[in-house]
Design a protein around this ligand. Sequence first.
Ligand SMILES: [Zn+2]
Ligand SMILES: [Zn+2]
Length: 103
Amino acid sequence: MAGFVKNDSPFTCAVCGKRVEALGYSSRNHCNGCLCSLHLDVSPGDRANACGGVMRPVSAVKNRKGFVVIFRCEKCGAIGKNKAAEDDDKELIIELTATPFKE
Ligand SMILES: [Zn+2]
Ligand SMILES: [Zn+2]
């Protein structure tokens, strides 16, 4: 993907305070505990977005490759979609699949 920057380092979640370890096989984009992330990227990993709002999970869908979590930025309302990581909180994701996504 154009503009993709691998950015897979451990971080502390700014929303729930969980220490999130590096994912290893891909770039981790969101906290695996509360699934939130910060609105920092234009292209994944580039940290080029000045918004900095909290991207909260609002819904999730299951496709052939697994779950995709849909996020909305609390500050600017931007919608983002991200593949769930292997160690994401599955119960939370399954709860989110019950919420239909509306733009
Ligand atoms: Zn968190
Ligand atoms: Zn935003």
